[in-house]
Design a protein around this ligand. Structure first.
Ligand code: FAD
Ligand code: SIN
Length: 535
């Protein structure tokens, strides 16, 4: 079956849905989402959205803090571009119905603080900002007559003019995508004038992550296979404080807890962050995560503790209702006792290279949100700059798309399943998933060495042969598609990490513990793996 749309949006997080809302009055749109629309990192965002709103703050200070967290690798023009658009982005959300938490005294938005920010700068909806934003977007998009929603569908691969040998006016154009309908196992062909990848990050490649299951780097892998360059894939952000509990999967304890006075402690109650940075708990994330990792390894600990029990109960209930309730459900009363926490993979700073309009190397293909590399985050993302990035680039991309008049849809070949059979070995896929995530955690985690990276690459190459064989011979499933993408993203992370012969931001290597004087971003191209030097 072939379906025709003006714009195909893959992903229903903030990047995908905000783009859809901005285009829907003028374009016929399809939104593809792996699970229900609400399943995304965006939905789980807690802290909020950074914007220099308060009187003592300034856009210049927001820019400086972003550059400083990014450890010399941010693209300054992009940082300025984004920081200057943050108020407009918040205004848009407020206009469509997001009810941000207000400061009762100042009668304005309440602003909270996170690591690396020199002022209170984070607009939020209590401690569940993402849920509040996504609920508004989902309700709005579901009503729109120009939008068709495909939940429980997973995009398999992009269809490009190069692959199917269709002639367009460009070297390589994206003409749509193949999409697996999970319920039936059918593969649908989507033909579109424009495709937007808004598929989020790849933190599921690690054993421990704050992300939902859908964050398997599909968009990055699909764009790479289609011919796009990727950049800075080695910079994986580990959030310092994920809840450590055998019955809690991936629950974040927001950095805002530290912003509002939470203190990190060892099991014996001693504090330790003063040993690592004068900003203590509010140092940028890479520093705090490494400090925790170091203390845990040195002392053989399973976790450290985050203590905010010294704050009044009424304050904690008002500011952190979600975290309070989730912890209480697990018999942890945050008003009385410290919370067990560990670092976990949280955010992919690298991704598919895009320009200020979110355009990629391939004509008719845009990438927005965590899947993109825009240059904003450099070697380490400043907290609460990611939702902002989704909003700013969905705005510029949709404005560019609305001006495009030259594209058409094409008659595309159907997916060829003539040579495949049903798999009776799903256990191999599950096993490989686990193996990959475990060695990525052990070998390509917070602290890296040449030997560990080489070992990881060797394992990836072996597993890829097995997975390729599966992919060629058996009917594809959601798990197999994700595993193939995870392996691809793992390879890109490891290759990028091997290229970086220094420690900077989120990439720390015991073999190169110093920062280099040369600032370079790691750019990898599918046709020619190389490193580009900048500055
Ligand atoms: P996502 O929101 O992850 O959405 C990706 C979408 O793509 C999903 O709908 C998924 O199902 C779909 N998808 C993926 N692959 C496919 C495929 N092959 N086919 C079909 N659909 C697909 N950032 C901040 O700025 N502030 C915060 O307070 C904050 N808190 C966070 C808290 C948590 C727990 C987490 C995990 C992240 C947080 N972040 C925060 C980071 C931020 O939430 C994400 O970077 C951002 O939401 C990414 O948005 P996105 O639209 O790019 O991707
Ligand atoms: C958090 O609330 O700690 C997450 C914020 C972010 O990742 O930007």
């Amino acid at each position: 079956m072939m379906l025709n749309f003006d714009v195909l949006i893959i992903g229903s997080g903030l990047a995908g849905l905000s783009s859809a809302i901005k285009l829907a009055d003028n374009k016929k749109i399809a939104i593809i989402s792996k699970k229900e629309l609400s399943v995304s990192s965006s939905q789980w965002a807690q802290g909020g959205i950074a914007s220099a709103i308060s009187e003592e703050d300034s856009v210049a200070a927001h820019i400086n803090d972003t550059l400083s967290a990014g450890a010399g690798l941010c693209d300054e023009a992009v940082v300025s571009f984004v920081a200057n658009r943050s108020q407009e982005a918040l205004k848009w959300l407020a206009e469509i119905g997001v009810d941000f938490t207000k400061d009762q005294i100042k009668n304005d938005l309440h602003l909270t603080k996170e690591g690396g920010h020199s002022y209170r700068r984070v607009a939020h909806v209590a401690d569940a900002t993402g849920r509040a934003v996504q609920n508004v977007l989902i309700n709005k998009i579901k009503e729109h007559p120009n939008v068709t929603i495909f939940e429980d569908h997973i995009a398999v691969d992009l269809i490009t003019s190069n692959k199917i040998e269709v002639k367009t006016n460009h070297k390589n154009s994206c003409l749509g995508a193949y999409v697996l309908e999970n319920k039936t196992g059918n593969i649908l062909t989507f033909s579109s004038k424009i495709t937007i990848l808004a598929t989020g990050g790849a933190s599921k490649v690690y054993l421990y992550t704050t992300n939902p299951d859908v964050s398997t780097g599909d968009g990055i892998a699909m764009a790479w296979r289609a011919g796009c360059r990727v950049a800075n894939m080695e910079f994986v952000q580990f959030h310092p404080t994920c809840l450590f509990h055998p019955h809690a999967k991936s629950f974040l304890i927001s950095e805002v807890l530290r912003g509002e006075g939470g203190i990190l402690k060892l099991p014996d109650g001693h504090t330790f962050m003063h040993l690592y940075d004068q900003r203590k708990e509010l140092a940028p994330r890479d520093i705090v995560a490494r400090a925790i990792d170091f203390e845990m390894k040195k002392r053989g600990l399973d976790c450290v503790y985050l203590d905010i029990s010294h704050k009044p109960k009424s304050f904690l209930l008002e500011r952190f209702p979600t975290i309070y309730q989730r912890c209480l459900d697990l018999n942890i009363d945050i008003t009385k006792e410290p919370i067990p926490v560990v670092p976990a993979a949280h955010y992919s700073c690298g991704g598919v290279m895009t320009n200020l309009d979110a355009k990629t190397d391939i004509e008719q293909l845009y990438v927005i949100g965590e899947a993109a590399y825009t240059g904003l985050h450099g070697a380490n993302r400043l907290a609460s700059n990611s939702l902002l990035e989704c909003l700013v680039f969905s705005d510029t991309a949709t404005k560019a798309i609305l001006l495009e008049k030259n594209y058409q849809t094409y008659l595309l070949p159907s997916w060829d399943e003539s040579r495949v059979t049903d798999s009776d070995e799903e256990v191999l896929i599950t096993h490989t998933w686990n193996e990959l995530r475990r060695f990525m955690w052990n070998y390509v985690g917070i602290v890296r060495t040449n030997k560990r990276l080489a070992r990881a690459l060797h394992r990836i190459n072996m597993l890829r042969d097995e997975v390729d064989e599966f992919y060629t011979n058996f009917k594809i499933s959601n798990n197999l598609i994700e595993l193939r993408n995870l392996l691809q993203v793992a390879e890109l992370i490891v290759l990028s990490a091997i290229k970086r012969d220094e420690s900077r931001g989120l990439h720390f290597s015991k073999d190169f513990p110093k920062i280099s004087a040369t600032k370079k971003i790691t750019v990898i191209s599918p046709t020619d793996i190389y490193v580009k030097s900048e500055g």
